[in-house]
Write a protein that binds this ligand. Sequence first.
Ligand code: PMV
Length: 308
Amino acid sequence: MTTSSAPGKIILFGEHAVVYGRPALAVPVTQVQATATVSENSRGGIRVEAPNINLSSDLSRLAPDHPLAAVINSVFSALSISSPSDCTVYIQSTIPVAAGLWSGAAVSVAVIRALSEFLGQPLPNERVSTLAYEAEKFHHGTPSGIDNTVITYARPVYFIKSKPIEIFSVGKPFTLVIGDTGIPAPTKESVSDVRRLWETDKTRWGKVFDEIEKIVHEAKKKIESGEWKGIGSLMDQNHALLQELTVSSVELDRLVAAGRRSGALGAKLSGGGRGGNMIALVEKENAPAVAEAFRSAGAKRTIVTQVG
Ligand code: PMV
């Protein structure tokens, strides 16, 4: 039997613009995990069990473009296995689906690692990330690759599409409160809406992406030099640009405002937007008060996480 776990993630700065070649910063969130366990199956065939999504099926009965079938089959073809041994792939996740912490990439990474190890050919990180990226296309349509990268390496990453990954350092640890609106919001939809917007006026929206890029560069410098308090106002600026890109929502804006009112140093949505999660930068001792403010403003769940 083999088991592998992969963390959740949050995008600190640069979501959406990253799809258009601009950089973004993302960090793992280890409080939430997806876990895959692969074991021998005496009944024969390949079983896929994912109780979180009420799935219990033979692999052969899943549509080939089902994200789990796609990721499992991609491991077999990467390892050139034409008749795989009987096994059960059991998947569990504490990461909310379609909520900006992204369960899809974490599930893919955990499955790829546990299955390749079960088959006696554990894959290196680079292959794991590439296969997870292929699976991401089923979830996201045109993913930038940031999710599979940060989750595979489980380290803070400065990410530019199609460029080698760069791990960034955190000069001084800082605290974030994550607020979950509880509203499922498929990233595929917000990404394709932003693409439609961009196509209406590429110069105008290109400038918005450039402004986001400047914020990402400034934020990286501040995080690396330990001036973490300075990233609060950069979060506010990034959120305003995401509002312009139409990917915020009433619920996200309500949580962002509640965070700022309760003493957060800055706040923004994180990920695809429209629903899902937002983040607020806080002084560590103020985290419980901000989390409470989020819950009063409608958050279904809050997580306090330390970066670095
Ligand atoms: O919704 P999430 O947390 O998976 O974030 C997606 C980030 C986007 O920039 C909106 C899309 C992408 O593929 O980079």
